[in-house]
Design a protein around this ligand. Structure first.
Ligand code: IPM
Ligand code: MG
Length: 377
């Protein structure tokens, strides 16, 4: 069968890790008689360089015409001083928003072969760790009203600043705000994703919020409870985000699926990635209503390693596996990639970020080729 895949290599190490994932996909294509047709698109700093904007309309349009999109990473210090709308990160946020990708799946698991790299005591993770963070991705503070104003110049005050002024007297000077906000619909659909995922796993969902302080969290909690009624087999718990940050270190094995808001999910998924000890290994999927999804490693563009053939492409390769599973409905093929990654580790190969004495050190390209070689073996 033919599949159309939008490929956004992005910045920094993006091109190298994506090339390695394509080598693996091509091998899957050969083994299982599929044709993956790639359309290479620009976004992030790479698009700023060529088009002067981080997310050209053509990129969004072509993604919409594809079965799925695979992304390396965006972000380049060269653009750090750009205003918010012209930063490479805007490409990611724009893609999520324009493609309606409201559900972000971020698995955090520890590979047996790499369990020594987990910074926690052995007994805390013994028996393995496998958490799925379901992060709401198109709402909350990331997409709420925001602005920067100078208090004291009445003519420039916006409605929002008037609102804050009503609450308390704002001191003159610069003032900035970002609003955390959620609608029932937004919470309900991410709750459904979390419960559906839990049904295929250990049937436990922990909903994370800050309901002791935030109205938006109190609505979040209420809607979670309402959707839960449809999933009586799933056990639902609620936890405050600050407590969750502790529990992830103290007893991470208690978690199966964690569902949370955009901002809390951003923070907790970085924390969870460090527990696994290898941020270069963790993939992600961003899904909407249909089968289209955007797949990317959870790590960034690591500009200082760009072009050095030393980045770990496994997170991108595993993102490609998630793409096969969730958007292309190719389950056996996805399993084959995941197995090939494990075989690669068991055979003793390591990229520099996970290398230890006695193991065979390989670069980005060789890592991709070796994993491709294990597919179907
Ligand atoms: C992530 C990243 C992004 C986010 C940035 C690059 C906008 O940190 O995907 O976790 O905050 O969502
Ligand atoms: Mg993040």
């Amino acid at each position: 069968m033919d599949f159309f895949i939008a490929v956004i290599k992005g910045d920094g190490i993006g091109p190298e890790i994506v090339d390695a994932a394509i080598a693996v996909l091509d091998r899957v294509g050969k083994e299982y008689s599929h044709r993956f047709k790639y359309e290479y698109l620009l976004a992030g700093g790479a698009a700023l360089d060529v088009h002067g904007e981080p997310l050209p309309k053509a990129t969004v349009k072509k993604c919409k015409n594809s079965n799925a999109a695979l992304l390396g990473a965006v972000g380049d210090p060269k653009w750090d001083n750009e205003p918010g709308d012209n930063r490479p990160e805007k490409a990611i946020l724009g893609l999520r928003e324009e493609l309606g990708l409201f559900a972000n799946l971020r698995p955090a698991m520890v590979y047996d072969e790499l369990s020594f790299s987990c910074p926690l005591k052995e007994e805390i993770i013994s028996g393995g760790l496998n958490i799925l963070i379901v992060r709401e991705l198109t709402g909350g503070i990331y997409f709420g009203p925001r602005g920067t104003e100078v208090i004291g110049e009445a003519s420039k005050l916006s409605k929002i600043v008037d609102h804050f002024r009503g609450e308390k007297t704002l001191p003159p000077g610069r003032f900035a705000y970002d609003v955390e906000q959620y609608s029932e619909m937004e919470i309900s659909r991410i709750a459904t994703t979390a419960f559906e995922m839990a049904m295929k796993r250990e049937k436990r969902v922990t909903s994370v919020d800050k309901a002791n302080v935030l109205d938006s969290s109190r609505l979040w909690r209420a809607v979670m409870e309402e959707v839960h009624v449809k999933y009586p087999e799933v056990k639902l718990d609620h936890l405050y985000v600050d407590n969750t940050a502790q529990q992830l270190i103290k007893n991470p094995k208690q978690f199966d699926v964690i569902v949370t808001s955009n901002m809390f999910g951003d923070i907790l998924s970085d924390e969870a990635s460090q527990i696994t000890g290898s941020i270069g290994m963790l993939p992600s999927a961003s899904l909407g209503e249909g089968s289209f999804g955007l797949y990317e490693p959870i790590h960034g563009s690591a500009p200082k390693y760009a072009g050095m053939d030393r980045a770990n492409p496994i997170a991108t390769i595993l993102s490609a596996a998630m793409m096969l599973r969730y958007s292309l409905n190719l389950k056996a093929e996805a399993d084959a990639i995941e197995k090939a990654v494990n075989d690669f580790l068991v055979a003793g190969y390591r990229t520099p970020d996970i290398h230890t004495e006695g193991k065979a050190l390989v670069g980005t390209k060789e890592c991709g080729n070796l994993i491709a070689g294990f597919v179907g073996k």
